[in-house]
Design a protein around this ligand. Structure first.
Ligand SMILES: CC(C)(COP(=O)(O)OP(=O)(O)OC[C@H]1O[C@@H](n2cnc3c(N)ncnc32)[C@H](O)[C@@H]1OP(=O)(O)O)[C@@H](O)C(=O)NCCC(=O)NCCS
Length: 187
């Protein structure tokens, strides 16, 4: 079952993969798969909110290295987790993270997307831009039909992101970490 799901999401071939991730930019930010060269900046960008809502706790140099190793392997093998760094086009600095997870929801049509923007760059609508670019990628590289965001009810900033980006609230679900408001948007 899981095997079938992965096959459906796998890139058609390597040139599709290269094409779909080579130019993910809107001129303000660019999405690129994270590499070990980004590890220090990724760790430095983690504040309490990123740790609480995105990383599942505080990271260390070692946990970031392991996480990026896993992301790189997922890209190499066409796995279900597609993790991108968010880069500022004006200086190529790493300013956030966004991930599409093709298997988390157990339904190949729905992709779970999570995101974080480092503190100094918040409040400029960049999370919404990152979601739009991930959506562009998902349309070109997968057969997914919709994006799902799962947001803690007390994470008001992220709920604002979902609402501003045109997601529809479809209910509150219980996950291992607590309650999550579920938002959906068609691809
Ligand atoms: C949630 C998050 C991704 C929003 O990213 P962003 O690029 O700042 O998003 P926006 O610019 O659209 O701002 C969203 C809301 O944050 C608030 N905000 C505005 N300026 C802000 C600032 N300087 N700093 C923090 N929050 C600010 C506002 O309420 C804003 O809503 P508004 O546009 O209606 O005023 C970011 O706060 C973050 O990374 N948080 C930690 C990780 C996280 O919670 N991820 C989501 C997991 S579901």
């Amino acid at each position: 079952m899981v095997g079938n799901r992965q096959v459906r999401h796998t890139f058609h071939n390597i040139s599709d993969r290269t094409r779909s991730i080579s130019n993910l930019t809107d001129g303000v930010i660019q999405l690129r798969p994270l590499t070990q060269a980004d590890a220090a900046a990724h760790l430095a960008g983690e504040d309490e909110e990123m740790a609480k809502w995105l990383s599942g706790g505080r990271s260390t140099a070692a946990t970031v290295q392991t996480a990026i190793d896993k992301f790189e392997e997922q890209w190499r093998t066409g796995g279900p987790r597609r993790a991108f760094g968010v880069f500022d086009c004006s200086n190529d600095q790493l300013i956030g993270f966004v991930e599409a997870n093709l298997e988390l929801l157990g339904n190949p049509a729905e992709v779970n997307v999570s995101y974080g923007i480092f503190f100094p760059w918040r409040g400029r609508g960049l999370a919404g831009r990152a979601i739009d670019l991930v959506a562009e990628y998902l349309r070109s590289a997968t057969e997914a039909r919709g994006i799902v965001l799962q947001i803690a009810p007390e994470n008001g900033r992220s709920i604002r992101v979902a609402e501003k980006a045109g997601f529809a609230r479809v209910g509150v679900h219980e996950v291992a970490e607590g309650q999550r408001v579920r938002y959906v948007r068609k691809l």
